[in-house]
Design a protein around this ligand. Structure first.
Ligand code: KPL
Length: 303
């Protein structure tokens, strides 16, 4: 392995492979699950023009303590992020930035409050990529990323971290209020992902479905009431317009939740509509539509 200190990527799924490819000049390395043996992850990346690029990224199930990473990017599913960090973070030098890329909300806050003295940052991305098989990464759309600190140490380095990850092709912006960005993305995911899972359809198809048409307005009112209670602007009409716009712009996509159901994996419902339910109950706000969607998605995967 190279002498240059690595950028450690925890989670070798589509997002992890995308960032590993992008950081190929910064010695990216994967941290594998404990049961995985050390070795190269080789894959072909098809870029937006359909051109093929080959990548071989080294990885190991343990951290090479002799050469601590310059940063850790956590690209696991939301439910795996904290347990993936648990064995790692106590052996990391406490100055190493940890950037969380999880969907939804809840996992990021749990990690920031578990390790308040570490520079913990969260990212919200619109990058589209998927892995039709283990050895292929398909870039599905050009996107942008916003990044901001969750802990005080994270806030102090957020602007420089954003500049470090930025490229003209894939902009990374500093978002001083990253939680607001996460709320906005959460609202979109709450209004698309569970519908695609329940209706077994692509993002664009939900717009014609009676389930969506009959519940999207009250769903946006529930999300808006919660955002207001949390101190963030969230007009229900604007939320609905944004959900419709994203569903239209990504009409042919299989949402991440639909992909999880198809692959019989656990979904991130607890971190999307489930997070809205838990927080609303905390504020004494009723959330019947979100509760119904959570229950129906959980039935699909027996979660
Ligand atoms: O973020 C997404 C997801 O699938 O999780 C959307 C925006 C719905 C695009 O598919």
């Amino acid at each position: 392995m190279s002498e240059q200190p690595p950028v450690l990527i925890v989670g070798a799924g589509a997002l992890g492979k995308l960032w590993a490819a992008r950081l190929s000049g910064s010695n990216p390395q994967f941290l594998y699950r404990p049961q995985h043996s050390a070795g190269m992850t080789r894959y072909q990346r098809l870029d937006l023009a359909g051109h093929s690029h080959h990548h071989a990224i080294p990885g190991s199930p343990t951290l090479e303590l002799g050469c601590p990473p310059t940063a850790v990017l956590v690209t696991t599913k939301a439910m795996d992020a904290r347990s993936a960090l648990e064995p790692l973070i106590n052996v990391l030098p406490p100055t190493v930035p940890v950037v969380l890329f999880q969907n939804g909300m809840g996992s990021q806050q749990a990690i920031a409050s578990r390790w308040p003295d570490h520079p913990i940052l969260a990212a919200s991305t619109t990058e589209g990529a998927n892995c039709p098989d283990r050895n292929t990464l398909v870039q599905a759309g050009r996107g942008e990323t916003w990044l901001g600190g969750l802990t005080e140490a994270g806030k102090a380095i957020a602007a420089s971290m954003a500049a470090r990850l930025h490229t003209d092709d894939s902009p990374v912006h500093h978002a001083p209020d990253i939680l607001y960005r996460l709320w906005q993305k959460l609202a979109v995911n709450a209004g698309i992902n569970p519908y695609t899972a329940i209706l077994a359809c692509r993002n664009g198809d939900i717009l014609q479905a009676p389930l969506f048409q009959g519940t999207i307005q009250p769903l946006c009112q529930e999300v808006s009431a919660l955002m207001t209670a949390e101190g963030y602007p969230g007009d229900p009409t604007e939320l609905e317009a944004r959900i419709r716009q994203v569903a239209t712009a990504t009409a042919n996509n299989l949402s991440s939740m639909r992909q999880d159901v198809m692959a019989e994996r656990a979904t991130e419902i607890d971190f999307i509509n489930g997070f809205i339910v838990t927080q609303s109950i905390h504020h004494g706000l009723p959330v019947p539509v979100n509760q119904m969607l959570v229950a129906q998605v959980k039935q699909l995967t027996h979660q």
